[in-house]
Design a protein around this ligand. Structure first.
Ligand SMILES: [Zn+2]
Length: 620
């Protein structure tokens, strides 16, 4: 198929040009209509799902795949075995899945499935439903799948589940049969072993019937607020009474990759408004462990949204909900589930982090299995910057915690390239540090390479150009290259596809005829452009900037930086010498990368030490 296509393209250079220039990357499309009826005694629900699926790919599809995430919560599931055999298991899971009884496990059972009104053959294989289509779906064609299913919510929280540690009844993530993504890299029917997701952009129309005392929140806009009440109704309206003790909640969510909901009879529901931004909903159980900090949370959340919108691009939905539930903090479209019994700093921190995912997981939605760092890392970078501003932390480098996380990974001996599929890291530690810390450090270093004035507008360009398109690492770096005029592929290749490290140092300082010659050495394998800050005894200082030849350009400095641009450094040269027009005795201090923008694994050799470096005569 591929070879044929290639041949065709090569035969007609004209079509290469036309395709390359005009055809955007295609996206599959799906419209879900779901109705579920929840039994809060048995924690089971029955569901009907209609999915209208459009194949926008150039390929004919003979199969489709759905995710059945709840099936992971069963003894001997892949998630259970993975949790029991990995060297450093997630404390929240451990061996607990292996001990779940029949009425504690999770499941999604498919009762029937039709394609355009006709029954289709399917097989449930762990957490994946494999469907053999009656008729292939042609490129451009739309088909309708109708499904009946039955599910039990597991009594074990890993993102989703019932009765979490803080007593929240239902954390309903990954609760419905969800169509796998088919994109330019093919099908992504990843078995669920606990890591994150990839999905088709879809419009959701969801009706949830549940005991009338339960308060709900999650992805999507409530369509019948006056009927369901619980703080959603217009002022003065008396909500409906429901039928047989139950109410039906109707939600709509346009253009999202997933749909989460949570429910608890004891939620307090508070609203706030971001000026020129979304309406915020907060749902939490009010008690002595939560009341004080959750009352302050809306104020900080509003500030965070304003900063994030201004700095990283505008959040496109009209609503966002912060909901107590789950097992830590997990992001979903238009909402998050977080544990709520926390200090104020921790509560605001987790909220800001999860909200930030709306940009990188929710709207850009890079495949989190293949490019986990483009979600967790970029989110960690952005949330550190935001926390510094809204909590008035006054940190000179808000990324220093992320850099430290990377250094610990680099030293550990467990590091794997950041390009590793999220499910396939050997340890949870290596996954976590790569995705979060090394991913954030990716952006921290790009900001260092490009300069702040170019970096932030480029981040907004990236958001605006790639929203709703699942960008990959190359898509991202191309935006950065165009914005900076620099060649940056080398940076991506080293940082993402290798575990090579950065280490530069001052090798020697020599004086001749009242001038000083400084020799730097590249000890690490990864090249970087360098900034050397020299401070003289008279109090003046200058910034010596050495670009890399393979960048084919230079960083843009702000006018007050007093930067001297030196000749570029061809990376194969182990050393580099530059000249200062002052005698070495006038140098008070000299340091490579004073602001610590570069993730140099050994900073000790970055600092000028007269006793060690100064040589009175030229050896050569
Ligand atoms: Zn995260």
């Amino acid at each position: 198929m591929k070879i044929k296509l290639l041949g065709f393209l090569m035969a007609s250079m004209l079509s290469v040009v036309v395709l390359g220039q005009t055809k955007e990357r295609w996206q599959q499309a799906i419209k879900y209509e779901m109705e579920i009826d929840m039994d809060v005694e048995t924690h089971r629900f029955e569901g009907k799902q209609k999915a209208v699926y459009t194949n926008n790919s150039p390929d004919e599809l003979n199969k489709v795949f759905y995710h059945l995430y709840f099936n992971a919560f069963q003894p001997n599931s892949m998630m259970d075995v993975r949790s029991r055999t990995i060297k450093d298991p997630d404390r929240r899971v451990g061996d607990r899945i292996s001990k779940l009884s029949e009425d504690q496990i999770g499941y999604q059972k498919i009762l029937s499935l039709k394609q355009n009104g006709k029954k289709v053959d399917y097989e449930v294989v762990g957490t994946i439903l494999e469907v053999d289509l009656n008729k292939p779906i042609k490129s451009g064609e739309t088909v309708t799948f109708e499904m009946e299913f039955e599910a039990q919510v597991p009594e074990q929280i890993r993102r989703s589940g019932r009765n979490n540690a803080e007593g929240i009844s239902y954390s309903m993530a990954q609760w419905y049969p969800k169509m796998s993504e088919y994109d330019y890299q093919g099908w992504h029917a990843n078995p669920y072993i606990g890591r994150e997701f990839h999905g088709v952009w879809g419009d959701f129309d969801v009706k949830i019937t549940i005991d009338k005392d339960f308060v709900l929140g999650g992805t999507g806009y409530v369509q019948n607020p006056n009927e369901v009440g619980h703080g959603y109704q217009a002022e003065g309206v008396k909500p409906g009474k429901g039928k047989n003790g139950k109410l039906t909640w109707h939600f709509i969510a346009p253009q999202v990759i997933d749909f989460m909901w949570a429910a608890d009879p004891d939620y307090t529901h508070v609203k706030a408004q971001v000026p020129d931004g979304p309406e915020l909903h907060f749902l939490y159980q009010k008690n002595e462990k939560t009341a004080e900090n959750w009352e302050k949370l809306p104020e900080y959340t509003v500030k965070a949204f304003e900063y994030m919108n201004k700095t990283f691009g505008k959040y496109p939905y009209k609503q966002y909900s912060v909901i107590q539930g789950g097992d830590g903090g997990m992001e979903y479209p238009m909402s998050t589930l977080i544990t709520g019994e926390r200090s104020l700093g921790s509560l605001v921190g987790v909220t800001v982090h999860e909200m930030f995912h709306s940009w990188y997981q929710g709207v850009l939605a890079s495949n989190e299995s293949l490019y986990e760092w483009m979600d967790e890392g970029f989110t960690s970078f952005g949330s550190a910057e935001t926390m510094n501003v809204i909590m008035e932390q006054g940190q000179e480098n808000p990324q220093s915690g992320n850099y430290r996380g990377y250094y610990a990974l680099a030293e550990s001996g467990y590091e794997e390239p950041m390009s590793t599929h999220a499910d396939h890291y050997v340890t949870n530690f290596a996954y976590g540090r790569a995705a979060y810390s090394k991913g954030a450090t990716f952006l921290g270093q790009l900001r260092y390479i490009m300069g702040e004035d170019v970096f932030y507008p480029a981040m907004r360009t990236y958001f605006n150009e790639w929203k709703f398109k699942h960008p990959n690492d190359n898509d991202f770096i191309r935006v950065m290259e165009k914005a900076s005029g620099l060649e940056l592929d080398w940076f991506k290749e080293y940082w993402v596809y290798s575990t090579k490290q950065i280490d530069y140092g001052i090798k020697s300082v020599m004086e001749k005829d009242g001038k000083t010659f400084v020799t730097l050495e590249k000890y690490g394998e990864m090249p970087m452009p360098l900034e050397v800050t020299v401070t003289y005894n008279d109090g003046n200082s200058e910034l010596i900037y050495i670009p890399l030849r393979i960048m084919r350009g230079e960083k843009s400095f702000s006018s007050d930086a007093n930067a001297t641009v030196m000749a570029d450094w061809p990376w194969v040269y182990p050393t580099y010498t530059f000249e200062l027009n002052q005698s070495a005795s006038n140098i008070k201090s000299m340091v490579i990368d004073e602001k610590e923008g570069m993730a140099d694994v050994d900073r000790e050799n970055n600092v000028f030490d007269a006793a060690k470096h100064l040589k009175s005569t030229f050896d050569k």
